[in-house]
Design a protein around this ligand. Structure first.
Ligand SMILES: Cc1cc2nc3c(=O)[nH]c(=O)nc-3n(C[C@H](O)[C@H](O)[C@H](O)COP(=O)(O)OP(=O)(O)OC[C@H]3O[C@@H](n4cnc5c(N)ncnc54)[C@H](O)[C@@H]3O)c2cc1C
Ligand code: SF4
Ligand code: SF4
Length: 608
């Protein structure tokens, strides 16, 4: 099949691209503003393929300044997007450890003791210290609290109402088509195949869609972006080695909650110092809340779900959450390399936008508006090239798109943020100081740190628990769990002092119940497994099994012969298994023994 432009993924970046492009392809009298090369007489044929079952099945906070969103939709504040609220009160809180199980450095323990001793003189409440002042770079004043799902469903409807573009959800793109060293379109995923991808009953090979321009907006862990990185290489000194998995709950707050719509809380310090939290209040007593578990958290039992439960039970938050009910749940990887994770932005026949193009601002914790802005910038560039009848070559895209981006606020702010989080590679206190320095100096000052891959930084189970669990016992606990085919983090954490979770059946629920109640995971038949253990010999030798412990959906479980099992029915497509592997790929030092490929299904909820 032939098209003029084909897009991969419908996240904020592609939404920004299509929202800007679609309005300018057709004149008010219905005639094409520019003509298609594949369907003469018609406007350009623009197709967008989204992997998830429907539009807006992504996962994100979201609080945003909404600068780019308002440029595309000046009336967005009055558009009646469900779950949207203007940003109101913003608070940053340092959470102390109320249970004594958190892994805190001596400096942090001293700080905690000092805060406790002086609490009568400090803005201290329920084991939390309100930061008396929120630095300007963290503020979202004048912005919006949104649900990414609701925003994208609304934006998708606006875009499709123009009649100028088609968006196809439930249609994963398997790979970019490469012809003569150029990107020539995309190939969709094969259907009617076995779990290993072999043709089976009803086999339908993935359709080839040829297009003059392929727009890659497949997010931080997108397989098409990675294919292009492997093929065309990275710009010097750039790499994507910093990540976080963000896990969130959408909840009904109890009746009579004092929290007003638009309230924004950010937390740090607990359940582990490395874990940051967010709590955003929507209208009608609904809230989005969750945590980020970063790649620089040196734990072999990194688990977002269990830590999210402890975070919710912190006295400061529990005060608001007691009696709350889970509505929806999800997890997703956040690319935390920022501008340093910027790949080649354009080449012959393709352009990259959004988080996979390094747009997320790691200082301000803002990705939606930046992704949207890069999409809108590409759309302006594409219109310019179409009107000038110039082909989508690397040179033309560089001049029209990349230069536009370089001159924008996205680039300016990304440069200021570029080194802001380096200090976290050396510890939380250094990280926080580095962020403050970079934020207050506009990026001129920062504390250095070198991002390490998991196998360079994750300690063994014994080393990690050395002070908490007697030698040999940690491994025994893990072996017992693995013999039962379950992950070990819950048992290990409880042995190390974390209290058991008092499940209440409505908010504090087991991981499996969360999958049923809030995840609404879909796994359509006839697709191959999208998580694969490509070097089983490495898995057999792997003592860390980071992939099992981090898995957001308990979809990866210990396997009988040392190679983990993967259950597609539980996978929420968070992408964490891509960067949580304890072994380097022998073929490519930027890849690991687990692969996260194009796949169908995942979360089935537009509230996240
Ligand atoms: C828990 C969490 C909280 C966050 N909070 C905030 C916040 O408060 N404020 C903020 O500004 N940002 C926040 N972010 C970041 C923000 O969500 C991202 O920066 C933003 O969504 C990036 O947009 P994108 O369009 O580049 O990518 P994505 O949103 O990742 O969209 C990419 C799309 O491509 C699709 N796709 C991937 N592969 C394929 C394929 N092979 N075929 C077809 N489709 C494919 C995906 O399904 C997805 O829909 C948060 C992120 C997380 C995870
Ligand atoms: S995928 Fe990586 S972390 Fe998981 S078992 Fe294999 S080598 Fe270990
Ligand atoms: S298997 Fe699925 S749910 Fe588990 S870490 Fe990988 S992408 Fe996330």
């Amino acid at each position: 099949m032939d098209a003029d432009i084909v897009c991969v993924g419908f996240g904020p970046a592609t939404a920004g691209f299509l929202a800007t492009l679609s309005r300018k392809l057709i004149n008010p009298d219905g005639t094409p503003a520019v003509e298609s090369t594949v369907a003469p007489g018609l406007p350009p044929q623009v197709l967008c393929y989204e992997r998830a079952d429907d539009l807006g099945f992504g996962v994100s906070g979201v609080v945003t300044r909404a600068r780019a969103l308002r440029t595309s939709f000046p009336d967005i504040d009055k558009a009646g997007i469900p779950m949207a609220a203007p940003v109101g009160e913003e608070r940053v809180l340092y959470l102390l450890d109320p249970v004594g199980a958190s892994r805190r450095s001596r400096t942090l323990r001293l700080a905690d003791q000092f805060i406790h001793a002086c609490r009568w003189a400090l803005p201290f409440e329920r084991e939390a210290l309100h930061l008396p002042w929120t630095p300007g770079f963290l503020h979202k004043k004048g912005g919006l609290v949104l649900s990414l799902g609701q925003l994208l469903q609304w934006a998708g409807a606006q875009v499709q109402n123009t009649g100028a573009v088609q968006i196809w959800p439930g249609t994963p793109v398997a790979q970019a088509l490469i012809e003569n060293g150029k990107v020539a379109g995309v190939r969709l995923l094969d259907q009617g195949v076995s779990r290993q991808g072999a043709p089976a009953e009803g086999f339908t090979p993935g359709l080839d869609v040829h297009a003059a321009l392929t727009v890659v907006g497949d997010g931080p862990v997108g397989p098409i972006g990675r294919q292009l990185d492997d093929l065309f290489g990275w710009p010097e000194k750039h790499h994507a080695r910093d990540w976080a998995v963000g896990m969130k709950f959408v909840v009904d707050l109890p009746e009579g909650t004092p929290l007003q719509p638009g309230t924004v809380l950010h937390t740090f310090g607990y359940p582990e110092p490395e874990i940051f939290g967010f709590f955003y209040v929507h209208p009608d007593r609904v809230a989005s809340l969750g945590i980020f578990v970063p790649s620089w958290f040196d734990s072999p039992v990194r688990t977002a779900y269990r830590y999210l439960q402890h975070w919710m039970m912190h006295p400061y938050l529990w005060h608001f959450l007691k009696g709350a009910k889970l509505r929806s749940w999800g997890a997703k990887t956040l690319g935390e390399s920022g501008r340093r994770g910027e790949p080649r932005l354009a080449g012959d026949g393709y352009a990259r936008i959004g988080e996979g193009s390094g747009s997320t601002n790691v200082l301000t914790g803002s990705g939606v508006d930046e992704a949207w802005a890069t999409g809108a910038q590409l759309a302006e560039a594409v219109l310019e090239l179409l009107k000038a009848k110039k082909p989508f070559t690397q040179e033309n895209l560089q001049a029209a798109y990349v230069q536009r981006r370089r001159g924008s606020w996205v680039e300016r702010e990304a440069r200021a943020a570029e080194k802001s989080r380096d200090g976290f590679q050396r510890g939380v206190v250094t990280g926080l100081l580095g962020m403050a320095l970079a934020g207050l100096s506009g990026g001129r000052l920062a504390l250095p740190g070198r991002p390490l891959r998991p196998w360079q930084r994750i300690p063994s189970l014994e080393d990690y628990y050395r002070r908490r669990i007697p030698e040999g016992e940690a491994r025994q606990i893990r072996d017992d769990c693995y013999a039962r085919g379950v992950s070990a983090h819950a048992a290990l954490m409880e042995r190390a002092g974390w209290p058991a979770i008092p499940c209440d059946g409505q908010l504090l629920v087991s991981h499996q119940d969360a999958l049923l109640m809030g995840g609404k995971v879909q796994a359509p038949h006839g697709y191959a497994d999208h998580v694969a253990f490509v070097f089983p010999n490495l898995c057999q030798r792997c003592g860390t099994k980071l992939c099992v412990e981090i898995c957001s959906g308990q979809a990866i479980t210990p396997g009988a012969n040392g190679v983990p099992n993967f259950d597609r029915e539980k996978c929420v497509h968070c992408g964490a298994c891509l960067w949580n592997c304890a072994s380097a790929s022998p073929e490519n030092p930027e890849r690991m023994a687990a692969d996260f490929r194009a796949g169908a299904g995942g979360l089935h909820s537009a509230e996240n």
